[in-house]
Design a protein around this ligand. Structure first.
Ligand code: ADP
Ligand code: ASP
Ligand code: MG
Length: 418
């Protein structure tokens, strides 16, 4: 049994959905869990729906229409007859979604977010499963919310491993093809939909692999594998043939967005290999993440995290920044769901570089100002170089406004105001 994961790029239009079949056929695999995420950039489009809902700005009809039309176009490209049941399924999902928006009473943004955004995965998996059936690939559509049980930490839910494992083993056949959704779960008490964090479908693939003791996992991407830098921002990138779990965890943690950071740990625990391959060239070897060699070829990797905030705190009375007040800062960062990517401290000051997410920056800053003198810089970039050479750091920093630099044996990080 193997796990395949297809992300948004691999299903962004009808041609790409057809290519998914070609990928599966070329690999010849028969016993698969196929985890799919929302098609193209539909999660972003559904985020707009949520924004319009809360802003009550009269735009929600338009933002829903964009999501509907996008999927309708894909259906037209996949199914000859407009009476195919998939059109009715799409309408049914939209009726449900609209009904939720009309009747919902909750003001909890994260809760509403998950109930709405999850339609991306529900619709994509329904379409893909129907298309497989249409062309004769027998498959079972699985509602992942019956399997992946979580807490109620909406938008970033934590998996209840015991219940999840039990349910996956009960509900997923080791034979044949199962098509299911990435990114989604359901909370334990009322079964409301939860999500596992943006880009979380890779993680779903790892959860299935762990629970089913899968032979391996392949995530199919629009790049040849894990490169030593994101080709969107760096030229002359190199492909890694092999990476250790440890190194891959570090790369993902620092922001190499080709693998979701939570993906590696469950795989590493059972030593299940992870392949990162191109859906455009499925027979090429891609990258294997596994046990053993750290990096092959051993070349530095460059990671860029955009849209960061650098927050610098000092005590109001020039007293030292010690365990107690740093502890308070961390409690607040946790409470406001700020993901910390870099920390630096001196006797009287403390700096953190965090992801600017969930719109929590303003309230956090207000809270910090109660006890500290606070300075901050928005829209900064965090560059990380693993296994750096001095000349590479110099070249990267040249003519740039470096706000902070931190260096350890393996890793250098620069916070840059671009
Ligand atoms: P999907 O959502 O379709 O599964 P993603 O878009 O999340 O795929 O991930 C693929 C993208 O990750 C690539 O197009 C590339 O721009 C980006 N990326 C970032 N870092 C790396 C890296 N080190 N190697 C390869 N791709 C990377
Ligand atoms: N569709 C979700 C997102 O865009 C999950 C994923 O793609 O992995 O974040
Ligand atoms: Mg993605």
């Amino acid at each position: 049994m193997k796990i395949f994961k297809f992300g948004g790029a691999s299903t962004k239009d009808a041609e790409n959905v057809k290519n998914v079949v070609s990928v599966i056929n070329q690999t010849g695999e028969k016993d698969l869990v196929v985890v799919v995420s929302a098609m193209g950039k539909i999660t972003n489009a559904l985020e707009e729906v949520v924004n319009d809902y809360f802003d009550d700005n009269g735009n929600i009809k338009d933002s829903l229409r964009i999501v509907y039309d996008f999927h309708f176009e894909i259906l037209k490209g996949l199914f000859q007859s407009s009476s195919h049941s998939s059109f009715g399924e799409l309408d049914k999902s939209f009726k449900e979604l609209k009904h939720f928006l009309e009747t919902n009473k909750s003001k909890n943004h994260a809760f509403v977010y998950d109930q709405v955004v999850s339609y991306g995965e529900i619709i994509s998996s329904t379409i893909i499963s129907a298309y497989f059936s249409e062309i004769g690939i027998k498959n079972t559509w699985l509602d992942v919310r019956q399997c992946i049980k979580t807490d109620a930490n909406y938008r970033d839910a934590n998996v209840d491993w015991e219940k999840t494992q039990q349910r996956i083993l009960e509900r997923v056949s080791a034979q044949g093809i199962t098509v299911t959704q990435g990114f989604l779960g359901a909370e334990n008490t009322n079964n409301f939909t939860t999500t596992l964090g943006r880009e979380g479908s890779d993680y779903t693939a790892a959860i299935f692999a762990y629970c089913l003791n899968a032979e391996n996992v392949t995530i199919w991407k629009d790049v040849p594998g894990v490169l030593n830098a994101d080709p969107r921002y760096f030229t002359k990138t190199q492909l890694y043939n092999n990476i250790s779990y440890r190194e891959a965890i570090e790369l993902a943690f620092y922001g190499a967005s080709v693998i979701h950071p939570k993906t590696l740990q469950p795989l590493q625990r059972k030593e299940i290999p992870l392949f990162v391959k191109s859906f455009l060239n499925p027979t090429a070897p891609g990258t294997c993440v596994g046990k053993g060699v750290l990096l092959d070829p051993f070349t530095s990797s460059f990671i860029l995290k955009k849209d960061q905030v650098l927050i610098s705190l000092s005590s109001l009375d020039f007293s030292f920044m010690m365990e107690n007040n740093i502890g308070d800062v961390f409690k607040l960062l946790h409470e406001y769901k700020m993901k910390v990517n870099l920390i630096q401290n001196s006797a009287i000051s403390f700096s953190v570089c965090v992801d600017n997410r969930f719109g929590n920056l303003e309230p956090l800053l207000a809270k910090l100002r109660e006890n500290f003198s606070v300075k901050w810089n928005e829209n900064v970039s965090l560059y990380t170089i693993r296994h750096f050479k001095t000349a590479e750091v110099k070249a990267l920093a040249e003519n740039k406004n470096v706000l902070l630099k931190q260096e350890s044996k393996e890793t250098v990080q620069l916070v840059i105001k671009e």
